[in-house]
Design a protein. Structure first.
Length: 129
């Protein structure tokens, strides 16, 4: 793989907070997947995200997922690899997947709102304010 191919591949399989926010605001066919534990999800998560821990992903548990949508996996941030594990499992099962760079940490650093027991006020997906 040469340098150009590397960066093209990187952009094809990763997404940053701003691009995800814009895609969600535009109602693109995206499902945001929190690959962490249910307890972590309940504490705080990206609005509209589904909780689907990577450890539970298999052929049977993903049967109800729409294969026509893009799935964006995330976890806590760069010190966590649950999003990578989830993205790999979903990709092996035939789904289109991108991984959120920086996870929940960078989502919050970019000023976007979160939900859950420790949810934070920030830029909302629904109103763009």
């Amino acid at each position: 793989m040469n340098q150009i191919q590397f960066y093209e591949a990187k952009l094809a399989y990763e997404i940053d907070s701003w691009d995800l926010y814009e895609s969600l605001r535009n109602s693109d066919e995206i499902v945001v997947v929190d690959t962490r534990s249910p307890e972590a999800y309940e504490r705080e998560h990206i609005p509209g995200a589904i909780n689907f821990p990577h450890r539970t992903m298999d052929e049977k548990s993903t049967q109800s997922l729409d294969s026509g949508k893009l799935y964006v996996s995330y976890c806590d941030g760069i010190g966590c690899n649950a999003s990578t594990k989830g993205a790999l499992k979903l990709a092996k099962l035939g789904f289109r997947v991108r991984e959120l760079l920086g996870g929940l940490d960078w989502w919050k650093r970019d000023g976007y709102a979160t939900e859950g027991a420790e949810g934070r006020v920030g830029t909302s997906i629904s109103c763009g304010c």
